[in-house]
Ligand binder design. Structure first.
Ligand code: TRP
Length: 375
C-alpha cells in the first residue's frame, strides 16, 4: 500500500503523479484494449491518433454503444467545460476527439458550459465573469469545426428552464451522504454545489427527454469528471428509465511545470488559445523539461522524455507523425538534442497552431447564434 505514490484526481483537484492503471481500478472503469481499438477502427473507418497513442485509455460501456450503433441506433455525444477562464491546450484534447467522433459517427453533440458550477465553486469569480467565459470558451469549441446543425452549446444559467426538470428528477434520487462520499462534500460546502451534480448529470438524458425516446449517450471527457457519471448519472439512469451513459476517458495533459495537469490557475505553465504566440513561446522557454542540470551531463546521460511536458505535448498534439516523434524521443534520450533545441522545435510548431486557431476563433464570433441554445 505505502509503496503507491500519492496522487489526487477529483473534478476540482488534480495533484501528484497520476497512476492511470490504478485509476482504472479505483474508479472501476475498463481499459481501452486492442480488441476495442479494432472495433472502433472498423466502425469509424480509422483510428484517431489519441486512441493509437493511448491518450484515451479508459471507458465504460463502449462495446454497448458500438452494439447499438452497429444495430442502426444513433447515439449522441455529451461533453462540457467549466468556464472559469480561457481555454488552454489541455481542454482542447477531449474536444478534438469529440469532433472526430461527431464526424465519424454522425453524432449530435450537447456541450454544457457550467457557469453555475464555476461561480459556486470559486469565491473569486462573479456570475457575470463565468457567464462571459461561457461565450469565450464557446468560440474555441466552434473554432474546432463542429457541425452547427448537430451541435448544441448551452450555458447552464441560460438553459436552466429546460435542464431543471431533468435535474429535479435526478436530485430526488440522490441523497446527501452519496454526494458527500462521491465528491467529498462537507458541512461547509455551499448548498449550490450540493445540488450541482444533478445539473451536470442532466444532459445525459436531455435528448431522450426532448425526443421522447431513449437515445444512447457517449461522454468523451477527462477522467477527473468520472465521479459525476459513476456516482450520479449511472446510478439514477435505471431508476428514471433511461440508458446509463457510456464514457471514454482521456488522460490529463501535463502543464509546463513539474508534475500536475495543465491548469488555468497556474497561467505561467498553461498555454491558452488566446495567448499571443510570442508570449506562448516565452512560456515554453521557461518550461520544466526532463533535462539534466548541465549540458555536459545531458550529453552523457540523455534527457528524460517520459517525464517531460514538452515531449508529451508533441505526443498528444503537435507531432502526429510517428517517425518524427520517435526521432525526437531518441534524440532526447541519447543526449543528441538538448532541451533548448527541443523547445525551439516546440515553439516552431506551436506558433502556427495558435495563429490558425485564433483566426478560426475570430470567425466563430459570427457563428455563436448557430451553436448556442437557450430557453
Ligand atoms: N464540470 C466540468 C468542468 O469543470 C464541465 C462539464 C460539464 C463537463 N459537463 C461535462 C466535462 C461533461 C466533461 C463532460 O470542466
Amino acid at each position: 500500500m505505502s509503496e503507491e505514490k500519492e496522487f489526487v484526481v477529483t473534478p476540482w483537484e488534480v495533484r501528484g503523479e497520476i497512476d492511470y492503471e490504478r485509476l482504472i481500478r479505483d474508479f472501476g472503469t475498463t481499459k481501452v484494449d486492442s480488441e476495442l481499438l479494432e472495433r472502433i477502427k472498423k466502425d469509424a473507418g480509422e483510428l484517431h491518433l489519441f486512441l493509437k497513442r493511448g491518450l484515451f485509455f479508459s471507458h465504460r460501456d463502449m462495446n454497448w454503444i458500438l452494439d447499438r450503433y452497429e444495430a442502426g441506433e444513433k447515439f449522441f455525444l455529451y461533453t462540457g467545460r467549466g468556464p472559469s477562464g480561457h481555454t488552454h491546450l489541455g481542454h482542447l484534447v477531449p474536444w478534438i476527439f469529440t469532433k472526430w467522433l461527431q464526424d465519424r459517427f454522425g453524432a449530435e453533440l450537447y456541450f454544457q458550459m457550467t457557469d453555475d458550477e464555476k461561480f459556486l465553486f470559486n469565491q473569486e469569480l462573479s456570475l457575470k465573469t463565468t457567464m462571459s467565459f461561457t461565450y469565450e470558451n464557446a468560440l474555441d469549441v466552434i473554432a474546432l469545426g463542429f457541425d452547427p446543425k448537430k451541435t448544441f452549446i448551452f450555458s447552464n444559467v441560460e438553459y436552466v428552464k429546460t435542464l431543471y426538470k431533468i435535474a429535479l428528477e435526478i436530485a430526488k434520487h440522490v441523497n446527501f451522504s452519496t454526494v458527500k462520499a462521491v465528491f467529498g462534500f462537507q458541512n461547509t460546502t455551499n448548498i449550490g454545489m450540493i445540488f450541482f451534480p444533478a445539473l451536470q448529470a442532466a444532459p445525459c438524458f436531455l435528448p431522450s427527454v426532448l425526443e421522447g425516446k431513449n437515445i444512447p449517450c457517449l461522454i468523451p471527457a477527462s477522467i477527473d469528471q468520472d465521479p459525476y457519471w459513476r456516482g450520479i448519472a449511472r446510478e439514477v439512469a435505471p431508476k428514471l428509465g433511461y440508458y446509463k451513459p457510456a464514457q471514454i476517458h482521456n488522460k490529463l495533459v501535463p502543464g509546463l511545470g513539474k508534475g500536475g495537469k495543465m491548469s488555468a490557475s497556474e497561467p505561467e505553465t498553461a498555454i491558452f488559445t488566446t495567448d499571443d504566440p510570442d508570449v506562448a513561446v516565452k512560456k515554453i522557454m521557461s518550461s520544466y523539461t526532463g533535462g539534466r542540470d548541465t549540458a555536459e551531463e545531458q550529453r552523457r546521460l540523455g534527457g528524460r522524455a517520459d517525464i517531460c511536458p514538452v515531449y508529451h505535448n508533441y505526443e498528444f498534439l503537435f507531432v502526429p507523425d510517428d517517425k518524427e516523434l520517435k526521432k525526437l524521443y531518441d534524440d532526447c534520450k541519447t543526449g543528441k538534442m538538448l532541451c533548448g533545441e527541443c523547445k525551439m522545435i516546440f515553439a516552431s510548431k506551436l506558433k502556427p497552431f495558435l495563429k490558425e486557431h485564433q483566426k478560426k476563433r475570430e470567425k466563430a464570433k459570427g457563428m455563436l447564434d448557430k451553436f448556442m441554445v437557450k430557453d
